[in-house]
Design a protein. Structure first.
Length: 389
């Protein structure tokens, strides 16, 4: 039995060719009783006509038959016209002179008359099982070739993307350098104080645009396998204190209280200090921007077995439960729930996750609307995290 494209079983079609009616009828009854679709022909010429009109999985043919087409000739014709059809020859006069050339010309097996029905069924089933296995191997080979071609195409696209991102990085970053330089020059001009608020607003907007560009490029670059190839011992307390101080203006503007608590026995971790600082920055900014005025941010660092646990807890607006599972997906928040208020591409938490996972760690979030959020980062301590690339 085989399987059709629609998933239903297809009956194997068998052609029995013999000039002796008793042999044809015996084979037909035995094979039909086993569920095969059996057609008979009384000589090679009739068999060739049927092979031209229909497709058969299996042909069982006598060697010596009257007419212009005997068994070996029929075998050659079938293999020429339908090479996937399997052929078994049968004869009452076995000899090496007939057996060897017949098998060499493509016959699957050689049956000697008289044979019992068990032997007949055994040969047919073995041949059809081999046929099914061969078809499966061919399908797997074709699928492997298709996958290899698809992978090669993906590699080509990936190489083009990398080249594009390299050009994009240059083209997007380059204009900012003269812009910031000109702003510095203009801001030193004290003769026009009315211009200063405009310049400060302009600088702020340009800085925001710069940050969007940096986040986009970083998000793309973090997909590389060598993301954290640079690793040194990192002291979490110092890195977090520097991050909190760097964004002091932002959290003070919202009258927030930021509390840092670090256990005394905290060890250093192996990692890229710049990337870890970026991850902490995004978690802190997230806690600032979506906090309520006069709220709190608590950052705790604890040692937990072989890991370091760093949690950021705020008293902000919170996140609905149905949003939590998607907040670490890249671009998920574009023009939606969280980013409507503060702008940006919604890449901050996606960047954090990629940095944390590149260091062999995990990040989870818990929240409830109106009750704030907690993000917990777990990182391996010491060299255990250094082997994760």
């Amino acid at each position: 039995m085989t399987e059709k494209l629609d998933g239903t079983a297809a009956v194997r079609k068998i052609l029995v060719v013999d000039d002796e009616e008793s042999i044809r009828e015996l084979c037909r009854r035995v094979l039909a009783a086993s569920g095969y679709d059996v057609t008979t022909a009384q000589n090679g010429d009739e068999a060739l006509t049927r092979v031209n009109d229909e497709e058969f999985d299996f042909v069982l043919t006598d060697v010596r038959m009257p007419g212009g087409c005997d068994g070996p000739s029929l075998l050659q014709a079938i293999k020429s016209r339908a090479p996937t059809t399997d052929v078994v020859v049968m004869t009452g006069f076995p000899s090496l002179e007939t057996a060897v050339p017949t098998l060499r010309n493509g016959a699957y097996d050689y049956l000697i008359k008289p044979f019992d029905k068990e032997l007949l069924l055994s040969v047919v089933r073995r041949c059809l099982e081999k046929r099914a296995l061969s078809a499966e191997l061919n399908r797997e080979k074709t699928l492997r070739q298709e996958l290899e071609a698809a992978y090669a195409e993906l590699q080509k696209v990936e190489n083009l993307k990398e080249a594009f991102m390299s050009r994009l990085s240059h083209e997007l970053r380059t204009p900012f350098v003269p812009i910031f330089f000109m702003l510095d020059s203009i801001e030193t001009d004290k003769d026009n104080p009315a211009l200063q608020p405009v310049l400060r607003s302009l600088r702020s907007q340009i800085a925001n645009l710069w940050q969007v560009v940096e986040n986009l490029l970083l998000f793309s670059n973090l997909r590389g396998s060598d993301t954290t190839s640079y690793r040194v011992p990192v002291e979490p307390r110092a890195l977090l204190k520097a991050t909190i101080q760097k964004f002091k203006v932002e959290w003070e503007q919202k009258q927030l209280v930021v509390d840092l608590s670090v256990d005394d026995n905290i060890e250093s971790i192996e990692g890229d200090p710049q990337l870890l600082a970026t991850a902490f920055k995004h978690l802190l900014l997230n806690a600032i921007r979506f906090n309520k005025v006069g709220g709190n941010i608590r950052i705790e660092v604890k040692s937990q077995w072989d890991n370091l646990q760093i949690s950021f807890t705020d008293t902000g607006i919170g996140i609905p439960q149905d949003k939590l599972q998607n907040i670490f997906d890249g671009f998920y928040q574009v023009a939606e729930y969280l980013t409507r208020q503060v702008g940006g591409l919604g890449l901050g938490l996606a960047i954090v996750r990629r940095i944390v996972e590149a260091h062999g760690g995990t990040i989870t979030a818990s929240s409830a609307p109106g009750e704030g959020c907690q993000f917990v980062v777990v990182l391996p301590i010491g060299q255990r995290g250094a082997t994760h690339g």
